[in-house]
Design a protein around this ligand. Structure first.
Ligand SMILES: C[S@@+](CC[C@H](N)C(=O)[O-])C[C@H]1O[C@@H](n2cnc3c(N)ncnc32)[C@H](O)[C@@H]1O
Length: 219
């Protein structure tokens, strides 16, 4: 669900073959791109435009449902969770993976600016703290065998996380006035300087929550 350009699903599809792997996303453009990027040889892989709140699939039609970096962007992730559960077969498994944004650990020379940036970054998202609620929410929404596993990712140099996350997020915070222009520039200059002198450090934790469908709700 919310597969974007389908990068993860292309890796997962061979693991479930000859079972079918279906990627869904709200964005027509991203689904079109996912189809373009996928090999015609992956015959068990398909993509479909769909809203996770209203999936165009019958009840109990999938053995597995997975959503990575989707829930935190939704205004009502728990309604989406019910919809994911609806399309899961009995004893079907859900896997949800999200970063915990408020514990982003970034080395910034001005520690107050660094702390402020982490909190502002988290609060830019609808649900930047969603992983902290996943365990009880999965149980409350009728799932069993709930497990949450952390995965730590450390970056020692500027890379995708700087280019696609820190830099654009800083610009957005400056645009909205949450961060002053001077602080935004100071932060990015500091990170570049730290990277150039081998002092860059970014550590983020990604949590993977898995659970199995139990009895239908209300029974
Ligand atoms: C941050 S991207 C994650 C993409 C991919 N899952 C990944 O981890 O690389 C979030 C995706 O959720 C999709 N999305 C947002 N709201 C959605 C909704 N209501 N239903 C389905 N997809 C949605 C967006 O179009 C976007 O592709």
């Amino acid at each position: 669900m919310g597969c974007g350009t389908g990068d993860y699903l292309r890796v997962m599809a061979p693991l479930v073959a000859p079972g079918e792997a279906t990627g869904t996303d709200l964005s027509t453009q991203l689904i079109e791109r996912a189809r373009q990027l996928s090999s015609v040889d992956q015959t068990n892989l398909s993509f479909r435009v769909a809203d996770v709140y209203d999936l165009p699939f019958p009840d109990a039609s999938f053995d597995r449902v997975t959503a990575t970096q989707l829930m935190l962007h939704l205004s009502d992730p728990w309604t989406a969770l019910d919809e994911m559960r609806r399309v899961l077969a009995p004893e079907g498994r859900v896997a949800i993976a999200e970063w915990d944004w408020d514990s982003t650990c970034l080395a910034v020379t001005d520690r107050d600016l660094g702390r402020r940036f982490t909190h502002l970054l988290c609060d830019q998202m609808h649900h930047g703290l969603i992983v902290r609620e996943l365990t009880w929410r999965l149980a409350a929404h009728g799932f069993e065998q709930v497990e949450v596993v952390p995965r730590v990712q450390i970056s020692r140099d500027l890379g995708a996380a700087f280019e696609w996350l820190i830099r654009p997020a800083t610009r957005e915070l400056v645009r909205t006035g949450a961060l002053s222009e001077a602080d935004g520039t100071r932060l990015l200059d500091d990170l570049r300087e730290r990277a150039a002198t081998g002092r860059y450090f970014l550590d983020r934790t990604y949590y993977v929550a898995t659970a199995v469908t139990g009895l239908p709700l209300g029974r």
